[in-house]
Design a protein around this ligand. Structure first.
Ligand code: GDX
Ligand code: MN
Length: 382
């Protein structure tokens, strides 16, 4: 039997409660655990609904607040690690599933799929979803690029959605994760990167299952909403820079299926609003830090003091930029935070206007082949 966990912050209560009910009604689920941050309105709504769901389904629904386990910003990482600790110490379930609580397309087949592949002997089952060509821009330009550049011979760059919050793992995998000091420390958005990285490094057998209805959830508008996530996801990669990963892990990916037009035709972010961010919030120190980059990149970046410019940051310039960021970026420095944010927006706009503008199929083909080119380039240098 399995424990299903929903980490939550402030979400629409009816969405979360509906998801809890869906999970509690599944025959493989012996308990549902909701992990909140504080006793706010979402927490109160879940507390009120939980006894009814338990009574109707016969499955206990428990609600707890996250512990302070890590040492970075207290965020989703503390929530997930609190759930792992609960799973290992207070539950006798054989497997744990995580699902984001804000998903409106969640249904029982997600749990069934994960269980079926775990039954086949995989230690980790991750869900992956069709995404718009301009969505998942942190995954593509930060995480998958970082995995390709740093561990080109490992399975890491081949993981479809390394940051996805929907996954199953066995007790053994959970114990390995929680025994790891760096995992416990990662209390922020970097937690997904750490989990994915250690799973592959520890040799867990991983299966990625395709969920064709997609993950419909609370949407972002301007890319500003993603700023903290960007900084924390990059810092997580940077913290792993000196680690080694061999290339022997078993990792299988279920082939993708049809992509609904609602997804292939979706715009992932507001282009005009994001462009206007490029000329804002400059400081003299950021201008100075721009000097760390090769001259054409520095000059292109600084042109954004006057007006948005993004033509210069193509695939090869991003490789060079990424290497400089790996060695120079300081996650605690507000000027570096703003500069990596600007650079990432510039790269995203460049990609949007040169590749995604040619259509969904072209954009996705481009992103996949880009990761492949990066890992070949990195492997030659290592
Ligand atoms: N307990 C707890 N504590 N839950 C949190 C916290 C926190 O500090 N912050 C967010 N959550 C919950 C939230 O309510 C939701 O259920 C889930 O975590 C994910 O947060 P959301 O704001 O919906 O993030 P988003 O942008 O949808 O990101 C998710 O997908 C990303 C991705 O797939 O790219 C999330 O799982 C990310 O970790 C992942 O990088
Ligand atoms: Mn979400």
């Amino acid at each position: 039997m399995s424990l299903v966990v929903f980490p939550f912050k402030t979400e629409k209560p009816e969405v979360v409660v509906n998801n809890i009910d869906t999970a509690a009604s599944h025959e493989r689920v012996s308990e549902v655990l909701c992990v909140g941050v504080e006793e706010e309105q979402t927490y109160a709504a879940i507390a009120a609904a939980a006894p009814h769901v338990t009574a109707e389904t016969g499955t206990p629904v428990n609600l707890i607040l996250q512990d302070r386990i890590g040492s970075l910003r207290p965020g989703k990482g503390d929530g997930m690690n609190t759930a792992l600790l609960y799973f290992l110490e207070k539950s006798d379930a054989a497997r744990i599933h995580f699902y984001d609580s804000d998903i409106t397309s969640f249904n029982q087949s997600w749990i069934t799929k994960a269980e079926e592949f775990a039954d086949l002997g995989y230690d980790v089952v991750r869900h992956y979803f069709p995404r718009a060509a301009t969505d998942a821009m942190i995954t593509w330009f930060i995480t998958r690029v970082g995995f390709a550049v740093l561990w080109p011979r490992s399975e890491l760059p081949w993981i479809e959605q390394p940051l996805g919050g929907e996954l199953l793992m066995t007790r053994e995998v959970a114990a390995d994760l929680l025994a790891d000091e760096a995992v416990r420390a990662q209390s922020d958005w970097g937690v997904d990167t750490l989990y994915t990285f250690r799973m592959i490094q520890n040799g867990a057998k991983m299966f990625e299952t395709y969920v064709k209805e997609g993950k419909a959830h609370k949407l972002y508008g301007r890319l500003t909403d993603l700023r903290t996530m960007l900084v924390e996801c990059f810092a997580a990669i940077q913290s792993l820079e000196n680690e080694t990963v061999d290339g022997t892990t078993l990792h299988r990916v279920q082939p993708p299926d049809v992509v609904p037009s609602a997804i292939s035709e979706k715009l992932g972010y507001d282009i005009e609003a994001s462009m206007s961010l490029l000329t804002e919030r400059w400081t003299p120190r950021q201008e100075e830090l721009a000097g760390f980059f090769p001259v054409p990149i520095r000059d292109g970046l600084l042109a954004n003091l006057q007006r948005p410019r993004f033509g210069f940051l193509d695939e090869s310039a991003w490789f060079d930029t990424y290497l400089v960021l790996l060695s120079e970026f300081d996650k605690d420095d507000p000027d570096w935070q703003e500069l990596i944010f600007k650079l990432w927006i510039i790269r995203v706009l460049n990609y949007t206007t040169t590749a995604a503008a040619r259509g969904y199929a072209y954009g996705m083909r481009y992103l996949r082949s880009m990761v492949e080119r990066y890992l070949r380039q990195a492997a030659l240098a290592k």
